[in-house]
Design a protein around this ligand. Structure first.
Ligand SMILES: NC(=O)C1=CN([C@@H]2O[C@H](COP(=O)(O)OP(=O)(O)OC[C@H]3O[C@@H](n4cnc5c(N)ncnc54)[C@H](OP(=O)(O)O)[C@@H]3O)[C@@H](O)[C@H]2O)C=CC1
Ligand SMILES: N[C@@H](CC=O)C(=O)O
Length: 428
């Protein structure tokens, strides 16, 4: 049995897990695919760096091209990160007939269509299961498991770092900065954690899920994005008091052939299964016209969960090699996309206002909502613990984004409003 030879780009958090699984599960893997799997070359940035897994030093190189151009290598596993330079490695590897596994959502969200088209042209596989929700096999589920259905909604906690931060802030009262440092140390955060906390990482993942779920070409700029860096402990406490959990939620919704897609901190009603997803765990809720509600849950980041998905892709490629069917599974979006307008995007809102503590203010404020056709589920006025202003806490019924924007613009010009303290989407 000729071994299948793998070139690994990156030996950081995920790469280390890949080596551990390929070595630790070798017997089982090779019996599944009918050949041994060997990691032949590994590209790293710093040759001398300490590695927590033992590797033959002669396999290491600081030049990824050496791995890409090695004629002995059949499959490239890219767990290095980066976008433009990494894209050029992948395209050249495909030109050379090598199959690709990647965990790189940045690359796939921005250049997935081009890479998949090249893969099809070269009859190569490009699999990217680990790029969304770490250890949850959601990509294969959307492509294969739901091929018969029409997916109407995908809602996900798809960033482990921010869920870890929000959970620790909510359950332990921990500070944002301390928990972010812990997430970095545990290998959950991106090299630049701004993309986690500002929602970009989740937006890239939602663009991938939207493309596969709605079978259209969702691009990153189609996703409206807001991260968690402005979420305060007070906001989390208000959410809890009202019966919600604060989550960074990606939401992709479709109506007929139009869709909207966003990532934003969202107050999720306790009792919705997604409200109970804590720590580094991710969950993807999928609503299909035929199947109804489904939900997929598991670790969204970290060495071994992510490596599980990477190595599963490797196994799938080798099985295809044996059958001679590589390159057949690239998804080609079949529809032109149509984004919903702000008039068509409808959801409930939580608004916290600091206002003058005097008679008539509440009536003035509720009037603004009525004027812009936004009806209210609940309104509470109470003194503010820390200053002479009063607080008004409002939860709306479903309202269009366009009308809510009008309300908020109107508030900007109202003297009695000291501050629009917080505005969040409400789900569930
Ligand atoms: N961490 C996670 O939980 C998850 C990560 N991902 C994705 O997986 C990929 C890898 O993430 P992760 O393992 O956390 O990242 P790390 O930063 O831990 O590892 C990156 C690895 O790539 C190597 N590397 C970086 N740049 C170069 C370069 N120019 N040439 C050669 N080697 C290079 C580094 O070398 P050296 O070790 O010498 O510094 C390191 O081994 C990213 O795309 C990430 O978004 C996806 C899902 C989950
Ligand atoms: N930084 C990402 C890693 C996995 O994609 C996250 O926290 O989810």
């Amino acid at each position: 049995m000729k071994p299948v030879r793998v070139g690994l780009l990156g030996l950081g958090t995920v790469g280390t897990g890949v080596v551990r699984i390929v070595e630790g599960h070798q017997e089982d893997l090779s019996s599944q695919v009918g050949s041994p799997i060997t990691i032949e070359r590994i590209a790293v940035k710093h040759l001398e760096k300490y590695r927590s897994v033992s590797v033959d030093q002669t396999k290491l190189t600081e030049d990824p091209w050496e791995v890409i151009r090695d004629p002995e290598i059949d499959v490239i596993v890219e767990v290095m990160g980066g976008i433009e330079q990494t894209k050029s490695y992948i395209l050249e590897a495909l030109d050379r007939g090598k199959h690709i596994v990647t965990a790189n959502k940045d690359l796939m969200a921005l250049h997935g269509a081009e890479i998949l088209a090249k893969a099809q042209e070269k009859q190569c596989d490009v699999f990217y299961e680990a790029s969304v929700a770490g250890g949850i096999p959601i990509i294969r589920t959307l492509i294969e498991g739901f091929s018969s259905d029409r997916i109407m909604k995908i809602m996900g906690i798809v960033n482990g770092t921010t869920n870890f931060i929000l959970t620790k802030m909510s359950q332990e009262g921990a500070s944002y900065e301390d928990v972010l440092a812990e997430a970095q140390q545990l290998g959950y955060a991106e090299a630049d954690p701004t993309s986690d906390v500002e929602g970009l990482d989740a937006a890239r993942k939602m663009a991938i899920l939207g493309t596969l779920g709605f079978r259209t070409n969702v691009e990153l700029q189609d996703v409206s994005v807001k991260g968690i860096s402005q979420v305060t402990k007070d906001d989390i406490a208000y959410a809890k008091r009202l019966g919600y959990e604060m989550k960074l939620l990606g939401i992709a919704e479709r109506q007929d052939d139009e869709f909207s897609i966003s990532v934003q901190p969202t107050m999720v009603r306790k009792g919705h299964p997604i409200a109970a997803v804590n720590g580094v765990f991710n969950a993807v809720y999928v609503y299909g016209e035929a199947v109804g509600e489904t939900m997929f849950y598991g670790a969204g980041a970290g060495e071994m969960p992510t490596a599980t998905s990477v190595v599963a892709d490797l196994v799938a490629i080798i099985k295809n090699l044996k059958l001679g069917v590589n390159g057949l599974k690239a998804i080609v979006p079949y529809k032109l996309k149509k984004l919903k307008t702000d008039e068509q995007i409808v959801y409930k809102n939580f608004i916290l206002l600091h206002v003058d503590d005097k008679a008539g203010v509440l009536a003035q404020i509720t009037q603004v909502f009525a004027q812009h056709d936004v009806s209210l589920e609940s309104v509470v006025q109470q003194p503010n613990e820390h200053n002479p202003d009063a607080e008004i806490i409002i939860v709306t019924h479903n309202a269009s984004k366009a009308n809510m924007d009008k309300v908020l613009n109107h508030f900007e010009g109202l003297d009695v409003i000291r501050r629009i303290k917080s505005v969040y989407r409400v789900e569930g």
